[in-house]
Design a protein around this ligand. Structure first.
Ligand SMILES: [Fe+2]
Ligand SMILES: [Fe+2]
Length: 324
């Protein structure tokens, strides 16, 4: 196995995104190199968040509040989306990239891979800069926006909870693998997420631009996951592998979205208990199973990176009752 673009015997994949080919793409295509500032044109029509992706709009209480409330809910949902980017890109992705560069790991990375890692860090900081710029534009336009409590994201909670079951020796490698998983499993969903009809053109433009970078990150983290899994000593695969199933369940749960929606609905109807009951009803019946499309993405990524073949990973999934 090597990271110089040669085929890996374990998975038959060519890891070209760990080589200089990646930087060539980054130099010519990355947002920070090639795109202008993102300004929101408030004169244009459109919702700030796709209506069909905010289940709160289906609640009876919201239907009776009228058009202004609907609009405010969608602005608040976009605001939360930006807030998540500001938090996650640096606290999760950049933190994991820093470990590739500076942590004492049992794996060597080539100088090209490290250069690619710097470019990912630049991208993610730039994404945070843009998100923060948009937050300020939104606040200026909507000075009446009520501040809300933002719950911890499911991805961050999944990392924190899983680390509790791991010897500290394995934390850094696990965190890098977890972030490889985050960066490879939801990109297509996020690209399509804001393409719903009725979404404001400035928001569509902004999201598509972000996803232009994320599609390249997808290739990088996919190759990184494959390389790292194959190269770490066997005890790492055993120790981390057994927890990947539980990690997947936590990562893909919609707890964070639910908590935020309770908070948001509560701010409109000023009855938190009623808000909780309504939101629980909206999400009733949603279950994480291997047939859910986003779950399939995660399993496919694990499989293609050579991880699902490992007995320890398989044992973890058997423990939660999944056949993978
Ligand atoms: Fe990003
Ligand atoms: Fe990214």
């Amino acid at each position: 196995m090597n990271a110089n673009g040669q085929e890996t015997p374990e998975t038959g994949r060519t890891l070209s995104s760990l080589t200089g080919e990646y930087t060539v793409r980054w130099e010519s295509r990355s947002s920070v190199r090639t795109r202008p500032r993102k300004t929101i044109d408030f004169e244009e029509e459109g919702y700030f968040f796709p209506e069909d992706k905010q289940p709160l709009l289906l609640a009876d209480e919201v239907a009776s509040l009228g058009g202004k409330a609907k609009n405010d809910i969608l602005v608040q949902s976009f605001y939360k989306y930006l807030h998540d980017i500001v938090n996650l890109e640096i606290k999760e992705i950049v933190a994991a990239c820093s470990k590739i560069l500076y942590a004492d790991l049992p794996v060597e990375f080539s100088e090209e891979t490290k250069l690619n890692t710097y470019s990912v860090i630049i991208d993610e900081y730039y994404h945070v800069y843009i998100a923060q710029d948009m937050i300020l534009q939104l606040e200026e336009q909507h000075p009446d926006l009520k501040p809300l409590d933002y719950p911890i994201s499911d991805s961050r909670r999944a990392v924190i909870e899983t680390k509790k079951h791991l010897d500290p020796k394995y934390h850094d490698v696990f965190e890098i693998l977890a972030n490889c998983c985050f960066e490879t499993t939801l990109v297509r969903e996020l690209v399509e997420f804001f393409n719903s009809p009725g979404v404001h053109p400035s928001i569509k433009y902004y999201v598509n631009d972000h996803m232009n970078d994320e599609s390249r990150h997808y290739a990088f983290f996919y190759d990184l996951m494959t390389y790292l899994w194959a190269e770490v000593p066997e005890d790492y695969r055993q120790a981390i592998g057994i927890h990947l199933a539980d990690f997947t369940l936590l990562y893909l749960s919609v707890e964070s979205e639910k908590l935020f929606n309770i908070e948001l609905l509560g701010s409109f109807i000023e009855d938190r208990e009623q808000a909780r009951t309504s939101v629980e009803a909206l999400y009733a019946g949603f279950e994480i199973t291997p047939d859910v499309p986003i779950v399939k993405n995660v399993l496919r990524a694990f499989r293609n990176a050579g991880m699902l073949d490992h007995p320890s990973v398989r044992a973890g999934f058997t423990r939660i009752g999944w056949t993978v």
